[in-house]
Ligand binder design. Structure first.
Ligand code: NAP
Ligand code: MG
Length: 401
């Protein structure tokens, strides 16, 4: 390797498996260089959480990071770990510094069938992570008038419109977004679509919300025309805008294989629907793409606390490391691309293929064994493995270093 990867360690079961994956599947094959940040809860507390922001700035500086799942502290965790105080979610801290959009993509294996039978290829969700209902002001009101009032910072007359004249009790909500945030969301989506060679869909409800959703549609259109059209055409990537209800109908009837850019609320709801319909949270990968071109790879799931407590009591748990392995391969492949190291890119592809081959061959962790469809007569029967055995099975498929 030339440039180091930003390696961000985390907590509990994923921290335990992080080392096993590195020892067995990465270090024997790769001359690994990393800049290491320990975001384990105790170290975040010891550094007054400075380490979280430092790790994010390192990703901006070096371009690529790989992150282990981390505990978001709450009152129960404060007591469990004897924390000085509660710190914000490291993911929120990192996302704020990278100004990023999160893309979630399921790892497809033939033995785990999506609940939607026509889906043949993964559907990737890109969720806008700023504003709308998540930053809304709300009020319960009685009889009377509610208005929106805008006071320009540069002076000039106020603008006001009536939201509603209430005859009796009701509720109101005021929400917002910024053009800068919508624009960087659109850019991240086009960058990801080009990167992954996926068609891009964006959907909103501009027929009803002509100004608000209308502006989202216009900005996506402008960003496409002015910044990405030529690159998309050269790469054979299409951009498609439709109404959100039409998009939902098409998603369920289609075969998948595209990036679905979603407004914040749509992304919240649809990403859970896609994750559950695709199979398992343990098979969901996640990458944070910054508009400045920095990338952070991780598994979408958390620290798998329940399994960690069992492991601490000496049990070899059957925690699925697939998404964690794919976080490493995503980061290594990206590093390979940026630094022009074809051997590293081909190793990342080999490790992904070995992971899939183990699962397809019936060697899988318990979560997948439960979901797996009966093997065809000629296929190997399912063998539920613990995490260490599964990682060993992947190492066997990889062969000699
Ligand atoms: P979780 O760690 O995602 O686990 C929830 C349940 O999903 C597990 O108990 C397990 O079910 C199943 N599961 C998740 N990943 C799995 C895997 N790799 N293999 C097998 N089963 C898996 O969510 P959580 O328990 O709600 O959260 C635990 C901690 O993670 C919290 O402190 C939270 O703050 C943190 N978290 C971090 C991130 C992140 O850093 N990106 C994301 C989410 C949550 P069974 O118990 O039924 O086997
Ligand atoms: Mg949700």
């Amino acid at each position: 390797m030339k440039t180091p990867l930003v390696e961000i360690d985390g907590d509990e079961m994923t921290r335990v498996l992080w080392d096993v994956v590195k020892e067995r599947l990465i270090l024997p094959f790769v001359d690994l260089k990393t800049e290491y940040y320990d975001l384990g809860l105790m170290n975040r507390d010891a550094t007054d959480d400075a380490v979280s922001a430092e790790s994010a700035r390192a990703i901006l500086r070096l371009g690529v990071g790989v992150k282990c799942a981390t505990i978001t502290s709450n009152a129960a965790r404060q007591e469990e770990y004897g924390l000085k105080k509660l710190h914000p979610s490291p993911n929120a801290t990192i996302r704020a510094i990278l100004d990023g959009t999160v893309f979630r993509r399921p790892i497809a294996v033939s033995r785990i069938r999506p609940s939607v039978s026509c889906w043949k290829k993964p559907i990737v969700i890109g969720r806008h992570a700023y504003g709308d209902v998540y930053r809304a002001a709300e009020m319960a009101v009685g009889k009377g008038r509610v208005e929106l009032v805008y006071t320009p910072a540069e002076g000039g007359p106020q603008r006001r419109i009536t939201v509603a004249d209430f005859d009796g009790p009701g509720v109101v909500q005021g929400m917002h977004n910024t053009e800068a945030s919508i624009r960087s969301f659109a850019r991240a989506c086009f960058l990801y679509a080009l990167e992954e060679k996926l068609p891009l869909w964006f959907a909103a409800k501009d027929t009803i919300s002509k100004t608000y959703d209308g502006r989202f549609k216009e900005i996506f259109g402008e960003v496409y025309e002015n910044e990405f059209k030529a690159a998309c055409e050269a790469a054979g990537i299409s951009y498609f805008y439709t109404l959100i209800d039409d998009a939902v109908a098409r998603v369920v009837k289609g075969e998948g294989g595209f990036l679905w850019a979603c407004k914040n609320y749509d992304g919240d709801v649809m990403s859970d629907m896609i994750a559950s319909a695709a199979g398992s949270l343990a098979m969901m990968t996640s990458v944070l793409v910054s508009p400045s071109g920095a990338f952070e790879y991780e598994a979408a799931h958390g620290t798998v606390q329940r399994h960690y407590y069992k492991w601490k009591q000496g049990e070899k748990t059957s925690t699925n490391p697939a998404a964690l392995i794919f976080a490493w391969t995503g980061a290594l492949a990206k590093r390979a691309e940026l630094d022009g190291i074809p051997e590293l890119a081909s190793f990342a592809r080999r490790l992904e293929a070995a992971t899939l081959a183990a699962i397809e061959g019936g060697e899988m962790t318990g979560d997948l064994a439960k979901l797996s469809v009966p093997a065809p007569a000629e296929a190997a029967p399912v063998r539920p493995l613990d995490s260490w055995e599964f990682i060993g099975a992947v190492a066997n498929k990889l062969g000699e270093p």
